[in-house]
Ligand binder design. Sequence first.
Ligand code: PMV
Length: 320
Amino acid sequence: MSACDSAPGKAILVGEHAVVYGLPAIAIPLAGVRARASSRAADQPLTIFAEDLPRPPLTLQAVQADPKDPLALMAWLTMRRLGVERVQGEIRISSEIPIASGLGSGAAVSAALGRAIARMLSADISDDDLSRLVFEVEKLHHGTPSGIDNTVVVHEKPLYFVKDRPPAFVDIASPLRFVLADSGIAALTRDAVADVRALRQSQPAATARIFAAIGEIVNEARGCIERGDRLRLGELMTANHRLLGALSVSSAALDRLVAAALKAGALGAKLSGGGRGGVIVALSDEDAVDRLCQALYEAGAKRVMQTVAGPGSHHDDAIA
Ligand code: PMV
């Protein structure tokens, strides 16, 4: 008998870059874009297959302490948390989340794996505990992770985040339908963050004004999510995109995708994450989704994904 555990990807809805300087940001779970771990008992040491990831299967004879491989580390941390030294069986990891695109792929894979191991041991692991373990693995990927990815993918709730403050979940009044488009352009968040830092040094007053404006957008966006004001939320997203452009982290390709989304009827659209490449996120009405997906492909998107954030959206899986 096999079972399946999963965790969603995540996207920053508003506030990226300014969040590095203490302003707030909101991140959302991508319920429709998930990593999954199917597990089954078998008379063999735990073997983890990850066909979508560029890596060979991993067999855990007896897990060595503190491994450097992210899957091995997650398995080891989960087993240690649950007080066992061995697990028998097989886990197959699959993921719809593009890797290295700021969509939380590493955290989602870790969370799904941790849940699968707990299930194989017929043990419970709380979301808070799981989030802490995923955070430990995130350190392998990112050095000094912010804590956004593990919190959002494990709790699967929108998060209002301010650096060095406890994260706060945001309640969604009514479902929000998002379409994400991957530009297919690889860009390092680290480089974009360094360029914003240089801009802040060369133009401190202008940059401070932009950060403050982004902070106001994030706070107003939080209220819109809680009240269900989708029209205003869309406007705020688009305004945030323009401010990110002023911080130099957009690109012609991302501007083209945002313009195409707005022309096709999106309520708002912006780049999400580090910028330069990666993805854009658009807020859509239900009946505009198909038109939006087509327009985004025509504007150069390599992949378009859709998701709904809101109560009851967990099983609304769909990939356009
Ligand atoms: O690409 P992501 O989702 O990891 O987001 C990066 C967000 C930045 O604000 C640009 C950087 C950061 O560390 O917060």
